[in-house]
Design a protein around this ligand. Structure first.
Ligand SMILES: [Zn+2]
Length: 162
């Protein structure tokens, strides 16, 4: 992946204990301890790299309460630990399809309706698991989704934190 390529990403996040978090105008919610997948895309200038750098910086500055938070995920990143980033470079907006696939994984719950999906019709782009979800499992679910068969690059996820 080159620096400024657009793409879609998944954050694997972990909360060690239940946290009460205010997510901007969406409201205040109790987030149970466990694992979260958040699906987003970065199709604007700077692409994936710029977005991921921004989120990482946000995480590093979690104690800086004066910082302006923009996305719902920013609020969760203040408390949760970012364990892995799965991403793929593509100009196509895949985040809704990927969210749909992720919501079909076993053991999924939707902790907050509308989280990350203010601009679309998805129930949420954030899903919760009590046990750690597996990248391979998600990859296989993407492959099994016929709507994505024209998009082979979507299944070639790169893992780790860039
Ligand atoms: Zn969506």
């Amino acid at each position: 992946m080159t620096e400024a390529e657009p793409g879609t990403y998944v954050f694997l996040l972990k909360l060690d204990k239940q946290e009460r978090i205010t997510v901007g105008k969406l409201g205040t919610f109790d987030f149970p301890a466990g694992y979260y997948l958040y699906v987003g895309s970065a199709l604007g200038p700077g692409g994936l790299q710029a977005r991921l750098t921004r989120h990482r910086r946000n995480t590093a500055l979690r104690s800086n309460s004066g910082k302006k938070l923009h996305w719902h995920i920013d609020y969760l990143l203040q408390r949760a630990q970012l364990i892995e980033v799965w991403s793929v470079a593509s100009k196509e907006r895949l985040e809704c399809k990927w969210s749909e696939v992720a919501r079909k994984l076993p053991g999924v719950q939707i902790p907050v309706q509308g989280f990350g999906s203010s601009d679309c019709h998805c129930p949420a782009h954030l899903i919760y698991f009590s046990a750690r979800p597996d990248r391979k499992q998600f990859e296989q679910a993407l492959q099994a989704c016929s709507a994505l068969s024209h998009q082979p690059s979507a299944t070639q996820l790169s893992g780790g934190i860039p």
